[in-house]
Design a protein around this ligand. Sequence first.
Ligand SMILES: Cc1ncc(COP(=O)(O)O)c(C=O)c1O
Length: 404
Amino acid sequence: MLQKQAEKNYLCHPKDKRITMKHFNPQVEQMTSFIVMDVLERANELQKQGIDIIHLEVGEPDFDVPSCVAESAKTAYDQHLTHYTHSLGDPVLRQEIAAFYRREYGVIVDPDCIVVTSGSSPSILLALMLLCDTDSEVILSNPGYACYRNFVLAAQANPVLVPLSEEKGFQYDIEAIRKCVNSRTAAIFINSPMNPTGMLLNESFMREIASLGVPVISDEIYHGLVYEGRAHSILEYTDQAFVLNGFSKRFAMTGLRLGYLIAPKSCMRALQKLQQNLFICASSVAQQAGIAALRQAEPDVERMKGIYDERRRYMISRLREIGFEIKVEPQGAFYIFADARKFTTDSYRFAFDVLESAHVGITPGVDFGTGGEGYVRFSYANSLENIKEGLDRISRYLARHDSL
Ligand SMILES: Cc1ncc(COP(=O)(O)O)c(C=O)c1O
């Protein structure tokens, strides 16, 4: 009764005209949810009911931010650095990013070719909005980071998927890419080390992709978390490319939302217009924290990397023992993409069943595209103790269950 009265008073005011949503943008209708977030949200609901959940699904560092980052964020508040910054980002931060690319890869980046964004996600949108129109095609790997496809749809363009196979080390096949390139191709995404496989793209591939004559968008967000081999920036091979990077993974700064896009000079005015209108600028406080991270946090990165590597090695051998197949060992990021076909042909059902029955969050491979079906992604961004407990639970669960 009270509810009805409330609706009458507040929701259905007699003067209101009800808006009929005839249809949503068809590109949005085509988008899939980010399934890992669905798993996480369900896991959080179970936790609220008092159930102890082990999180091996989430793609974010379990570490706190480095102390220099926390200190500089506090100082930024104390010094009233809480206003809008230049739309492209604080010039000091852009200089530090350029210096970082010079140190790490020996490449010269003009600070004026950098736009600082709130995490690297808005950078993906800026690059695609700049490059795409409704006819455009964007080449992506399958499997690949779940959100790329949906970003392409948000930019009103069309994803074109190139399969990767574990037999070939989850490497992109340059010939397969070449076959997809046509006059509508607006960009090719690469990501190394890659989410979800943790694999690095090899140098000869980087060289070839840079010479195709199509804009490459290189997502370098997991650089710094490499345990075997070396990650290469696309800028080592061409300056006519787009680099996505950020502070979320390397510096464990996910919640501060800080990232950046490096782009060819000819694109900067257009990117600046987009940034000014869509986002104005990135957080001023996070930008100060980013300066401290680049200047002082490298020892913290090394410490975290050592811990991730120990977990990686433990997880690979334990998963194999349990019966998951891992043909190629991941070299970077904090993920293991394990073949679960011995247990399931439906990774979505499997992941949710493991969550409900064994109380461990894992990400179904299908979140990363049809090419990920039959696989599950395990994140080792959790303590060794929790990883052990989570894998014990999964082992007991598999002993109890027939395949799904
Ligand atoms: C490959 C890849 N790119 C980009 C992002 C976006 O990260 P952020 O917006 O926090 O910088 C993620 C997050 O998981 C990712 O895995």
